[in-house]
Write a protein that binds this ligand. Structure first.
Ligand code: KIV
Ligand code: ZN
Length: 389
């Protein structure tokens, strides 16, 4: 059987902490219900020390979904860990996710600490977290700009202290696939199965998904991601994309996830309803154009055999169906299909005449609506041409 890649959803934490994405406690619970249905392995529900609302939302998600693996974020400081543990009390499978920055840039300018101090605090944080749960994740913030020997040392030390997952985030979206694969491969080899290696990629250079995929190939077995790719700045690795890459290209990406893909689009829709924006139209998997065809050659191929221009069935990700968009690039075949769907059966000559009028209309606009097509058909075709009777 293909190795399992754990999907760690951080829509409710990293996603929520970005502009326009804040959620109330009931909204987080509503979204969490969808994520449970989707089959996410771990739900990171918040950062309890950050605010009362975050504390309440971790508590509420833990209460509402006691069977789910719920994670809470905590800096590597005692009061954060205590607060996270308290918020997770109702959860049957609580995970404390503790982090500290490890790159020299962060050590020098943000923490003003030495590597030795950071290593000691990380170890202490993991030991403290283990007093509350046996599921502890340690994150080396800014791992991709961290000295590689120090990254290895802190990964080994935190696992010896009891961390069961070591996350190596590309916090600032700086790395590229080849480089990230080397970082992940080295740590995975060194940890030798004693902890799960996790990845958490930001999208500042548009590489979050590509970097996560490269990391999985190099030995990572947990991917941290969000619905619609929301998250700090340019966002996080998009859950729907990473999951569908492993599904659609299973022959070269032989991994499995627990995600029920038909819930991907509904999850994306629900998130868009809750926060202040949806995915851009051309967003892979869940954008409104992801299964829309406008070019005549594409529409003709698609109408003859869907697989000519579709690599996945829209219904497999919960999108009701593909869309043939009638615009200035569309061909006769698509117009004929649309006429049939409205109950009209134009002759060849009628179709030529309709097509000419349609292209004149489409040239003037960005797209032609169904109402306008219907109006054209009703105006131009005699009742005898109708199939409606
Ligand atoms: O981007 C990051 O480094 C994070 C950590 C807290 C995991 O979000
Ligand atoms: Zn992050």
């Amino acid at each position: 059987m293909n190795p399992h890649v754990f999907i760690f959803d951080t829509t409710l934490r990293d996603g929520e902490q970005s502009p326009g994405c804040s959620m109330t406690v009931p909204e987080k619970v509503r979204m969490a219900r969808k994520l449970v249905e989707l089959g996410a392995d771990i739900l990171e529900a918040g950062f309890p020390i950050a605010s009362e609302g975050d504390y309440e939302s971790v508590l509420a998600v833990s209460r509402e979904f006691p069977e789910a693996r719920v994670a809470a974020l905590a800096r590597a400081v005692p009061k954060d860990i205590e607060r996270a543990a308290r918020a997770l009390e109702p959860a049957k499978k609580p995970r404390i996710h503790t982090f500290i920055a490890t790159s020299d840039i962060h050590l020098k300018h943000k923490l003003r600490k030495t590597r030795d101090q950071v290593l000691e605090e990380a170890v202490k944080a993991v030991e403290q977290a283990r007093q509350y749960t046996d599921d502890v994740e340690f994150s080396a913030e800014d791992a991709t700009r961290t000295d590689s020997d120090f990254l290895e040392a802190i990964s080994v030390a935190t696992v010896e202290a009891g961390a069961t997952t070591v996350n190596l985030p590309d916090t600032v979206g700086f790395t590229v696939p080849r480089e990230y694969a080397a970082i992940i491969g080295r740590i995975a080899k060194r940890l030798n199965g004693n902890a799960i290696v996790s990845v958490h990629c930001h999208n500042d250079l548009g590489l979050a998904v590509a970097n996560s995929i490269a990391a999985v190939e190099a030995g990572a077995r947990q991917v941290e991601c969000t619905i619609n790719g929301i998250g700090e700045r340019a966002g996080n690795c998009a859950l729907e994309e990473i999951v569908m890459i492993m599904k659609v290209r299973e022959e070269i990406m032989p991994f499995r996830t627990s995600i029920n893909a038909e819930h991907l689009f509904p999850a994306s829709q629900l998130l868009s309803e809750i926060i202040t924006f949806g995915p851009q139209p051309n967003k892979a998997i869940v954008g409104s154009n992801a299964f829309a065809h406008e070019a005549g050659i594409h529409q003709d191929g698609y109408l003859k055999e869907r697989s000519t221009y579709e690599i996945m069935d829209p219904r497999s990700v919960g999108v009701p169906d593909s869309k043939l968009v009638l615009g200035k690039h569309s061909g006769r075949h698509a117009l004929q299909e649309r006429a049939h769907s409205f109950g009209f059966n134009p002759t060849r000559e009628q179709l030529d005449m309709l097509y000419e009028k349609f292209t004149t209309m489409a040239d003037r606009k960005k797209g032609v609506t169904n109402e306008e097509i219907l109006d054209l058909l009703q105006r131009e075709l005699s009742p005898a041409a109708s199939l409606a009777d």
